[in-house]
Every structure is written in C-alpha cells, then in structure tokens.
Design a protein around this ligand. Structure first.
Ligand code: 13P
Length: 248
C-alpha cells in the first residue's frame, strides 16, 4: 500500500480565532479535491474554531502539545482527553522549539506518545539534529537516540500509528532548507531505525520540516522516504499552504 501524503500546517504561536477562521475559509475551496491528509495545528485557543469550520471536509486538526497525565495539578497544561473532547485528531509532540525553549525531555515524550495513542490521538513526533550535531557527523546518532527514547513505551505494532517529522533544527525558520539528499538520507535512516526495532516501518509516514515553501515542496515531497511536510512559516498563508498540498 502506498503511503498517503501527509501535509501539516504548524502555526506555532500565531493566529487569533478570527485569523484562524479566515485561513480555513480561504484554504477549504483550494484543497477541496485533494486525496492527501491535510492537517492544521492551531494554538489551543483556536482549536475549537478550526474543528468546527472544517467539519465535513478532509482537513484534520492537531494540537501543538499536551501533557501525559489525564488531569491533575499541572497549571497551564492540557491533556489528551481535553483535546479529544474538542474532536481534535492529532497532536504534535517533541517539536524542537518545545525541547529548546520549554524543557521538553525525551523522558516526558516517552510518556506523551503512548498517552496520545491511548486516547486515539495521532502523535506527530518531531526529531532532528542541531547544526553543531550535523557538523560533528552526529546526525544519525541524535535521530536514533530520540526515536528510541521517545518511542520506548510504544508497542512495535503501534509504531505505524505515529507520524514522524524529521525537522533539522538548523532548517527551521531559517530559509535554509535541507538538500533533497540530506532530507532523503535522514528520513530513510529514520525508517531503518523503526524497522530495526520491529515496527512496520514501510507503513510509517515520515515528514520533512524546515523552510518548506511552495517553490521547494515538489522536489522534497517526491523523495522516496519523504511522505509529507510539516510546514511553519509558509503555512500561515492559505494560498501558500494550499500550493504545498498540491505539490505533494
Ligand atoms: P518553518 O517552515 O517556518 O521553517 O518551520 C518548520 C517547523 O518548525 C514546522 O514544525
């Protein structure tokens, strides 16, 4: 079975409810015919609006983070059941900005990924190396360490329910996109690591993220092990995001 292309818009800390509504209204007619998985990841405050506006369409909705516990004294956090109640279908976990600025650890991710799966939320697990790690020739080592740690508590037969996003930190928001060779090599390596641990690796969707734009999307998305894109900046403009969906 070929893997269905998966194109996700990570809005990060952008868009009010009104701006989110405007985006969805502009996006829907542009992607009405797509057969791809199209996912929008708004901030928590706009989740409800986006869920309601996309009802009856192919667009799916993901949160950008969640806590691994279902409830409790965790001020400022949101749990999987709270997202599910809103009809959110997926959740981004381990984005490098959360690892870098908010202390997200592999230990927490090892609990978050199974918690998302248990709640029927599709985890979009982000992994990726820093520029220093790449320069030191440690890209594979970093990716393998993150995958092993973050998926440690996921059963082999459940790994294919996880979407993995390869996001080299040096390519995020920098305009410095990975070359097709770098993206293919890293995504193929990720698939090999998943296969080695006993997962149905050929069924796992592996996305590339980092300065994806309408102009470079087709080349990246044509790579054999790149099954989609996790798009930041270019996903804030409905026309640009639609163009990336179309390029897949
Ligand atoms: P940019 O597309 O802005 O580089 O961001 C990528 C990203 O971090 C998506 O999660």
């Amino acid at each position: 079975m070929p893997r269905t292309p998966y194109i996700a818009a990570n809005w990060k800390m952008n868009k009010t409810v009104a701006e989110a509504a405007e985006f969805i209204d502009a996006l829907l007619p542009r992607i009405a015919a797509t057969q791809h998985d199209v996912v929008v990841c708004p901030p928590f405050t706009a989740l409800h609006e986006v869920v309601e506006r996309r009802r009856g369409t192919a667009v799916r909705v993901a949160a950008q983070n969640m806590h691994f516990e279902e409830s409790g004294a965790f001020t400022g956090e949101v749990s999987a059941p709270m997202l599910v109640e809103l009809d959110v279908e997926a959740v981004v976990l381990g984005h490098s900005e959360r690892r870098q600025f908010f202390g997200e650890t592999d230990e927490a991710l090892a609990k978050k990924v199974p918690a998302a799966l248990a709640a029927d939320l599709e985890p979009i697990l982000c992994v990726g190396e820093s520029e220093a790690a790449r320069d030191a020739g440690q890209t594979d080592e970093v990716l393998e360490r993150q995958l092993r740690a973050d998926l440690a508590e996921v059963a082999d037969e459940d790994v294919a329910k996880v979407v993995v996003a390869y996001e080299p930190i040096w390519a995020i928001g920098t305009g410095k996109v990975a070359t097709p060779e770098q993206a293919q090599e890293a995504c193929a390596f990720i698939r090999d690591v998943l296969r080695a641990r006993g997962a149905a690796a050929d069924d796992v969707r592996i996305l590339y993220g980092g300065s994806v734009k309408p102009g470079n999307a087709a080349e990246l998305l044509a790579l054999p092990d790149v099954d989609g894109a996790l798009v930041g900046g270019a996903a804030l403009v409905a026309e640009d995001f639609a163009a990336i969906v179309e390029a897949a």
